[in-house]
Design a binder for this molecule. Structure first.
Ligand code: NAD
Length: 439
């Protein structure tokens, strides 16, 4: 149905096939890596505020559980479709393997626009979805989490619904272990400190570690690493959970954030903008466009409004697509000026654009590595729930840093040893880990 979803799926399966062929795997093994274990298409009815019953279509796709329970977020979006969810589930298997956590890959989604429903309707849709998936998710089987347009509040409704159902079924799990079925929860329901910021934080950890590796590398890569982060200009597309925390934590690390955007457009402040002032302004105005904030002051004289397309083509050192998939593609790839692209969104660079930019010497940090901070802290949340523990935020952040740096280190070493771009090296590491456990 959706061309975007189809392209995303082709791209995800294409990279796995290419990597697997490079590893000289037999066709039957490649087929097993590509196929999903289960595709759940769900239809459920919800009572809307006006008393009418509306049928919603949703998915939960379980790709591969060789390394552990299926793991992956739930997306609420009108463009959700089977191919897209399957692509995202497949990439979750790779991502968890890349991150070195004991999880497989899954993904879910409900087809609707959350902006068009009331708070009560949103709660009823969330609870109905939780009921629809309740017979096949569980702490040791399939562990969902938030994704685009879903958040801890939505996880609260889902986990509450799920716990009620399981307790009525007299499960052997403790309440804390039942909570482990969903991650990204509020703190009072077994959520972990550090989860909200984790994906953005993980991306900044990877970026810093990469820059230090590039600095010591002697090849004449187009990407000239610079230890002085202040001189490195970053443009971030998307100002939601991932984009905001990436920008804010990069700013804390003294990078210069020159551009930000949301679905309504963006701003460019050449000398660097203030991320929190931009957030405050966005909350007042309803969009990032129009917020030209330096220090704590927002003034139209500081910058200009740009479109999301223009943001991607800015003269920056580092480009961070943190919103939607396929935004860097054949149409704009020749206009990309950044020397490093950090894929914080899932699948923001199409295969064609990836090939082109890589040949141009652009370093692309693949999504499966760059945005794996979220799932890594989800794992730490799950771990705490399963053991009945509650960690301090410093402990979570310290573990995250160690795990992300280790993940990059292994991929970097493979990339250097086999002269592969980071994405191919990451996929090789992941496939080797999955195959080692696949029965
Ligand atoms: P979110 O809903 O919090 O934010 C999405 C942002 O993208 C918003 O600022 C929105 O305005 C913006 N946006 C929407 N349409 C846009 C468009 N056409 N052009 C530009 N911006 C647009 O979602 P999120 O959690 O920040 O997720 C963003 C991406 O990161 C997704 O691809 C998601 O799959 C991926 N991701 C999220 C997590 C996580 O922990 N939240 C983890 C891994 C990957």
């Amino acid at each position: 149905m959706s061309n975007t979803g189809k392209k995303m799926l082709e791209s995800a399966l294409g990279v796995i096939t290419k990597t697997a062929k490079g590893l000289k795997l037999p066709d039957a093994t490649i087929d097993r890596l590509l196929e999903s274990d289960a595709v759940h298409e769900l239809h459920f009815s919800v009572t809307m505020d006006d008393g009418t019953e509306k049928i919603f279509t949703a998915y939960r796709i379980e790709h591969n559980n060789a390394l552990g329970p299926y793991k992956g977020g739930i997306r609420f979006h009108p463009n959700v479709n089977r191919d897209e969810v399957r692509a995202l589930a497949t990439l979750m298997t790779i991502k968890c393997a890349v991150a070195g956590i004991p999880y497989g890959g899954g993904k879910g989604g409900v087809i609707f626009d959350p902006k068009t429903v009331s708070g009560g309707e949103l709660e009823r849709i969330s609870r109905a979805y939780a009921r629809a998936i309740s017979s096949f998710v569980g702490p040791e089987y399939d562990v969902p989490a938030p994704d685009v347009n879903t958040n801890p509040q939505i996880m609260r409704w889902m986990v509450d619904e799920y716990v009620k159902i399981q307790q009525a079924r007299k499960t052997h799990y403790t309440k804390s272990q039942l909570w482990a079925t969903f991650t990204g929860k509020p703190l009072d329901l077994g959520g972990t400190l550090g989860r909200t910021e984790a994906t953005g934080r993980g991306g900044v950890i990877i970026l810093k570690a990469l820059l230090s590796k590039l600095k010591t590398q002697t090849t004449n890569h187009k990407s000239q690493a610079n230890s002085n982060t202040q001189s490195l200009k970053i443009a971030v597309q998307g100002f939601g959970n991932v984009g905001y925390y990436f920008a804010r934590l990069a700013e804390e690390e003294k990078f210069t954030i020159v551009a930000l955007s949301d679905s309504k457009g963006g701003v460019y402040v050449k000398e660097g903008l203030d991320v929190d002032a931009t957030l405050k302004c966005k909350k007042e105005k309803g969009s990032v466009a129009g917020c030209y904030c330096k220090g704590s002051v927002c003034n139209i004289a500081y910058g200009k409004t740009i479109s999301n397309e223009e943001l991607l083509e800015l003269p920056v050192d580092i480009l961070v697509p943190a919103a939607l998939e396929n935004v860097i593609n054949a149409q704009n790839m020749k206009k990309i000026k950044a020397k490093i692209v950090v894929e914080m969104a899932n699948g923001p660079v199409t295969e064609e654009a990836y090939e082109y930019l890589t040949k141009q010497g652009v370093v692309i940090v693949p999504d499966v590595l760059a945005n794996s901070g979220g799932v890594t802290v989800s794992y730490l949340e799950w771990y705490q729930n399963m053991k009945g523990e509650t960690w301090r935020e410093e402990k979570v952040n310290k573990r995250l840093k160690k795990m992300m740096e280790e993940a990059l280190d292994i991929i970097w070493k493979k990339s250097v040893a086999k002269k592969l771009p980071l994405k191919q090296a990451a996929f090789e590491v992941a496939i080797e880990r999955i195959l080692a456990k696949m029965v």
